[in-house]
Write a protein of this length. Structure first.
Ligand code: PHE
Length: 455
């Protein structure tokens, strides 16, 4: 009885909202392309080995990320509901699998807490750039970044970001996200290409390009491999029910295999161009590639200051970046919102408002911990901001991804039919899900929780 009720409810809620085919692909690319590509990818690449790290990231993306991406979307479409409902339905009513929903929500809140902070920074930089204040002489871009993040303004910008995100989620799936992504994705690419041209022609750019493109394997260590895997989860928005939830709004006629390739290609392309923008600039301005979370915010203004109409291009760039962050934030927020709607039968409006407020509150400590009043509180050498990132990217998301691989590989027998795969591609997919991905994820997981010590 209970099972039937649950199945019935989920179908009722979801049938109101569906993506169009193109809208789905663009929105899923909108989810995967975001701060992960432009902000996080360059600084982790800088820190963990440059080109060799990039290569590892590509390998992880292909052999672990893409199979899990397809699996998540397949579970969402087959189970017709949020993470909890889909696992519950497809496992024949197991409450243990249903508990995955709670894990996704916890992960979504934690990601949102620092993601919205960085997204808020991009809004501040948009305003600073359009007004020209960013380019005033006096202090370096590094000092400017540090003086901004050490104050209270980041909390305000984070709040504005949450307000926008919540505002669109209130309107639902088809109420604007699709149209928005159609303009954003190509627009962002054009600006990035302009910037790439500028940064590649700066003096000393070659050194930066070779740091990013010429692998030096001696720079790699076990940690680089594991960070590359964790980042492939983050970048493809995996392991926290987000692609699964989007999958539940997809039509039966959509090819999920093609969608997977398009999303994977899009994500990689944006990461590649981001690297070709950031590293030549970093080297040209004598910045350190391992600078950390502020890297993009220190390097990009330097590139803009060298261009005619730099304030305009800079403003436009940060605005597009804010929007890219925003389309990712939408997909993160949709996870707890869809859960609340189903679990407590709340309206979309009520769920979106309450969850956004909660996300804002949970994010405040992160906003104040990058050099701000909570900056000195760093148990285990990590600030609150760092901990949120660490626990989500290297523990919770890989763990969520592991559950997806085990579920698709061993529990749900009809996954291949729903995914539309046959013959070799089906066999390869299932092999990656059953064997390769779980082994690699377990390695990341064990490393992350400190059970394995690398020397
Ligand atoms: N993939 C997004 C990015 O690269 C971040 C994200 C993580 C979005 C998890 C949704 C879920 O910026």
């Amino acid at each position: 009885m209970n099972n039937q009720k649950s199945l019935h409810n989920s179908q009722k809620t979801d049938s109101k909202e569906r993506f169009t085919s193109k809208g789905f692909i663009l929105s899923a690319i909108g989810s995967s392309v975001g701060l992960g590509n432009m902000w996080k990818f360059p600084y982790v690449t800088g820190k963990f080995g440059g080109a060799a790290f990039f290569l590892l990231f590509i390998i992880c993306l292909i052999i672990v990320g893409l199979p899990i991406l397809l699996a998540e979307m397949t579970i969402g479409r087959g189970g017709r509901g949020n993470a909890s409902v889909s696992f519950f339905n497809l496992s024949g009513g197991s409450k243990y699998w249903g508990a995955f929903g709670l894990l996704s929500i916890l992960t979504a809140f934690m990601i949102m807490s620092y993601y919205s902070v960085v997204a808020g920074w991009t809004l501040h930089y948009t305003v600073q750039s359009f007004t020209g204040l960013l380019f005033e002489e006096g202090s370096s871009y590094k000092e400017k970044f540090e003086s901004f993040t050490s104050g209270y303004w980041p909390v305000l910008w984070q709040g504005i970001m949450m307000l926008f995100t919540g505002g669109v989620i209130v309107k639902g799936i088809s109420g604007g996200i699709e149209k928005f992504n159609k303009i954003l994705i190509p627009g962002f690419l054009i600006i990035l290409l302009v910037l790439m041209f500028r940064s590649l022609t700066l003096p000393g750019a070659a050194e930066g390009a070779s740091f990013f493109l010429k692998p030096d394997f001696s720079k790699l260590n076990a940690e680089s491999a594991l960070v590359a895997l964790g980042h492939s989860f983050f970048s493809l928005s995996l392991g926290m029910g987000c692609m699964l939830t989007y999958g539940s709004y997809v039509k039966q006629t959509q090819s999920l295999g093609k969608a997977t390739l398009a999303i994977g290609f899009g994500d990689l392309l944006y990461a590649l161009i981001a690297g070709l923008v950031i590293f030549p600039t970093v080297f040209s301005y004598g910045l350190e590639p391992g600078e950390g979370v502020g890297l993009a915010f220190m390097a990009l203004p330097a590139a803009f200051s060298q261009m005619s109409f730099g304030f305009f291009f800079g403003g436009l760039f940060f605005l597009l970046l804010a929007i890219a962050a925003f389309t990712s934030a939408l997909s993160i927020l949709e996870v707890p919102v869809s859960y609340a709607m189903h679990k407590w039968q709340w309206s979309r409006k009520k769920s979106a408002i309450l969850v956004s407020i909660l996300c804002f509150l949970v994010g405040i400590p992160s906003a104040l911990s990058v050099g701000g009043v909570l900056g000195d509180f760093a148990p285990g050498g990590k600030t609150i901001f760092d901990w949120m990132d660490f626990i989500t990217s290297y523990v919770l998301m890989p763990f969520g991804g592991l559950l997806v691989t085990l579920f698709t590989g061993y529990v749900w027998k009809k996954a291949g039919d729903e995914a539309g795969l046959k013959g070799f591609s089906y066999k390869a997919w299932i092999f990656l899900l059953r064997v390769v991905a779980p082994i690699l994820i377990v390695c990341v997981f064990l490393y992350s929780v400190g059970l394995i010590q690398f020397t």
